[in-house]
Design a protein around this ligand. Structure first.
Ligand code: M6R
Length: 609
C-alpha cells in the first residue's frame, strides 16, 4: 500500500523524506519518489523498485530545500514504472502532489484537462490532481486546493506542494489515513505513524473531509466547508513495532480489520453511477466473447482456491456457465482438457505462486483465454495473463490470507454479475437488488467486527482441543473450508471442513462428546437440511457453535452458542460469515501462544513448487 511523507522546517527535507519512507517499507511498494521545493524550481526524483534505487539516483545531487514530500507506491492504476511513481506534477512543474487512494472520476477529469491543453505523462489516476490545481489556481493556495477537492471523487490522502508557496504544505484526507506530526520549528506529514515517531509523538490524526495547512511553526485544520477545526493533540505511546501494525498486536488482526476498506476499494469505480450494472473496464468482453466460451476453469492454491469455489457458485448461478475449480498443483499435471474455447481464471493474492503461474502458462500453451485475479500489479501472473482484474486490498503481510480472500470474493461476484449482464442471464431488477446489497457489505463487515468478545471466549474455551470440525452446505461449505484452513495454519489445531450432507458417509464416526463443531447455517435455500445435520452432531453430544444470519430464531433453540452476522442475500453472506471464522482462528492461535503472523513451516509467497 502506498506510503506518504512530508517535511517542512529548517533541516534538509530530503533527510527526513528518505528516513520516513524507509520506515514505511514494511507496507510493501514497487517504486518511490521525492519532491523538494528548492526555491527556483521543484526538484523531483523517482525510481521504480526499492528505495535503494532512489537513493542511488540521489547520490551527490541531494536537493538542499527545507520543504518536501515523498511517496512509496503500490501500483493500482498503471504498472510500476518511473513515470507512474509519485510525486506527480502539473505541466509547469509548479505544483506537486503525492496521493494514496483512488480518484474515481479521473478519466472524465483527464479528458477534460487534455482538451484544455494539459499534457499527461503517466497512466495514473493521481496525475489529474496537480493538473487540476494548475487549472484552478487563483493565487490563493488553500482556496485552490479546496476547489480541486470539490472536483475529485473517490478516496484519498493527498499532500500538495506549490513552488510559489514555499512556506506551506497542504494535506487532505478522505477514506485514507493521514497524520500531521508536530515538531519544534518543524512539522511532518505521513500516511502512517511509524514514519514520524522517531521525530515526534505529538500528532493530529486527520478525519475524513479535513484539510491541514502545515507551516514550519503552525498547523491549521479546516473542515469541508472551510471552517477551522479545533483538534486535540493525539500523543502516540506505541513503540515502533506496534506502530507498524497500526496499534494492533499482529498484522493478521490489522488486516482482518482492514477488510471493510479493502472491499470498498475493490468495488469502487466498478459500479455504474445509478447502480444498474457492474463495469469491468479491464475486460471489455462482449456477448460473442462469452458465447465462444464453452468451459471455465478456476485454478488457484490455498485460500485463493477457496475463493475460486465461491467464484464457481457465483458464475454458475448468475452467468449460467459451467465452471470447474482445480488446485493449481493438480491441474498442471492433470493434462487438462483445454482449448481456445476455454476460459481459465487464475486467482492469486501475490501473483507469484509458482503452481498457479505454471498452470496459467500451461493454459496459455493449450490456447485458452486467460484471466488473472490478483492483488499485485505487475506481478508475474498479472504479466502472463491475457486479461487481469486487480483486487485492491493493499499489501497483505500476515501469512494467513484474510483481506485477500474477501476482496477475491468481491471480484468473483462482480465478474459473475458482469458476465450475467452481458449474457442476459439476469434481470435488471435482480442486478440492481444485488448491487444495492453489495454496496452495504463494507459496513456490514464493520458491524461483524464490532463484537469480538464472544469469539474470544470460544477461542479460550476450545483453543486447546486437538480437533475441530466445520460443517455447512452449499456456500457455507466453501466458507467452512476457508475457516478450517485458517485455524490449521495459525493455531496448528487439526481442523477439517465437511459438506454437512457427507457427515453420515463417514465423518460422523469422529463426532463424540465434547468435540467442537462450527456449523454454518446462513444459506436459506438449504436451511432445513442444514438444521437436520446440526441436530445429528448435537445428538452425539458435540459442542456446536452456529454461525447464522441475523433474524434466524431457529438455531438458538438447539444450540448453546450462535454467532450472528448481518443479513443479506445468501450469495453475499460468505463475505460476512468468514469474518468470525478468521477471528476464531486468530484468538485460538493467541490462546495457544502461536506466532500468528509467521506460522511454522509456511511462507507468505510460495514461489517454489
Ligand atoms: O498468493 P496466492 O494467493 O497465490 O497464495 C496462495 C496460497 O499460498 C495462500 O492463499 C495460502 O493458502 C494462505 N497462507 C492461506 O491463508
Amino acid at each position: 500500500m502506498c506510503g506518504i511523507v512530508g517535511y517542512i522546517g529548517d533541516k534538509k527535507a530530503v533527510e527526513f523524506l528518505i528516513e520516513g519512507l524507509t520506515k514505511l517499507e514494511y507496507r510493501g511498494y514497487d517504486s518511490a519518489g521525492i519532491a523538494v521545493n528548492c526555491g527556483l524550481n521543484i526538484f523531483v526524483e523517482k525510481a521504480v523498485g526499492r528505495l535503494d534505487a532512489l537513493k542511488e539516483k540521489l547520490k551527490n545531487r541531494e536537493p538542499e530545500g527545507n520543504i518536501g514530500i515523498g511517496h512509496t507506491r503500490w501500483a493500482t492504476h498503471g504498472r510500476p514504472s518511473d513515470s507512474n511513481a509519485h510525486p506527480h506534477t502539473d505541466c509547469s512543474g509548479k505544483f506537486v502532489v503525492v496521493h494514496n487512494g483512488i480518484i474515481e472520476n479521473y478519466m472524465a477529469l483527464k479528458e477534460d484537462l487534455i482538451s484544455r491543453g494539459h499534457k499527461f505523462i503517466s497512466e495514473t489516476d493521481t496525475e489529474v490532481v496537480p493538473h487540476l490545481l494548475e487549472e484552478l489556481y487563483n493565487g490563493n493556495f488553500l482556496e485552490s486546493v479546496q476547489k480541486v477537492l470539490n472536483k475529485i471523487e473517490g478516496s484519498y490522502s493527498l499532500v500538495f506542494m506549490s513552488k510559489d508557496n514555499p512556506d506551506t504544505l497542504i494535506c487532505a484526507k478522505q477514506d485514507n489515513p493521514l497524520v500531521v506530526g508536530l515538531g519544534k520549528g518543524e512539522n511532518f506529514i505521513a500516511s502512517d505513524i511509524p514514519a514520524i515517531i522517531s521525530k515526534t509523538r505529538d500528532t493530529y490524526i486527520l478525519n475524513d473531509g479535513e484539510i491541514a495547512v502545515v507551516k514550519k511553526d503552525s498547523v491549521k485544520i479546516f473542515n469541508r466547508k472551510g471552517e477551522p477545526v479545533g483538534k486535540k493533540i493525539f500523543h502516540v505511546s506505541w513503540n515502533a513495532e506496534a506502530a507498524e501494525k497500526g496499534g494492533y498486536e499482529h498484522f493478521m488482526l490489522k488486516e482482518i480489520n482492514e477488510q471493510p476498506k479493502a472491499v470498498r476499494d475493490t468495488m469502487s469505480k466498478r459500479i455504474l453511477k445509478d447502480d444498474s450494472a457492474v463495469i469491468l473496464e479491464e475486460l471489455n468482453w462482449d456477448k460473442k466473447f462469452l458465447d465462444d466460451i464453452n468451459k471455465i476453469y478456476i485454478v488457484a492454491c490455498g485460500t485463493a482456491y477457496h475463493a475460486g469455489l465461491v467464484g464457481k457458485f457465483y458464475i454458475e448461478k448468475l452467468a449460467r456457465k459451467l465452471v470447474e475449480v482445480d488446485l493449481a498443483s493438480e491441474y498442471r499435471y492433470r493434462d487438462p482438457i483445454v482449448d481456445e474455447n476455454t476460459l481459465v481464471i487464475v486467482i492469486s493474492q501475490s501473483g507469484e505462486t509458482s503452481d498457479t503461474l505454471a498452470a496459467l502458462k500451461e493454459s496459455k500453451r493449450l490456447g485458452a483465454k486467460t484471466l488473472a485475479v490478483t492483488n499485485v500489479v505487475g506481478s508475474s501472473i498479472a504479466r502472463e495473463a491475457e486479461f487481469v482484474i486487480h483486487t485492491w486490498a493493499g499489501p497483505e503481510i500476515a501469512v494467513a490470507s484474510t483481506k485477500a480472500y474477501t476482496t477475491q470474493l468481491i471480484l468473483m461476484f462482480m465478474l459473475a454479475l458482469y458476465m450475467a449482464e452481458i449474457g442476459k442471464t439476469i434481470s435488471p431488477e435482480r442486478t440492481k437488488e444485488l448491487i444495492d446489497l453489495l454496496k452495504k457489505i463494507p459496513a456490514q463487515i464493520s458491524e461483524t467486527l464490532s463484537d469480538v468478545d464472544p469469539i474470544k471466549t470460544f477461542a479460550r474455551q476450545y483453543g486447546f482441543n486437538e480437533d475441530v470440525f466445520y460443517i455447512g452446505r452449499s456456500l457455507d461449505y466453501d466458507v467452512a473450508l476457508e475457516g478450517a484452513l485458517k485455524l490449521k495454519e495459525i493455531s496448528y489445531i487439526h481442523a477439517e471442513a465437511y459438506a454437512s450432507g457427507e457427515l453420515k458417509h463417514g465423518t460422523l464416526a469422529l463426532i463424540v462428546e465434547g468435540v467442537p463443531v462450527i456449523a454454518l447455517a446462513t444459506q436459506k435455500s438449504v436451511y432445513e437440511k442444514t438444521l437436520s445435520n446440526i441436530k445429528e452432531v448435537k445428538a452425539r453430544d458435540a459442542v456446536v457453535i452456529g454461525i447464522a444470519a441475523e433474524g434466524d430464531t431457529e438455531l438458538e433453540k438447539y444450540l448453546d452458542h450462535v454467532i450472528f452476522v448481518p443479513n443479506t442475500d445468501e450469495l453475499l453472506i460468505p463475505l460476512l460469515a468468514v469474518v468470525p471464522l478468521q477471528l476464531l482462528a486468530y484468538y485460538a492461535a493467541i490462546t495457544r501462544g502461536c506466532d500468528v503472523d509467521k506460522p511454522r513451516n509456511l511462507a507468505k509467497s510460495v514461489t517454489v513448487e
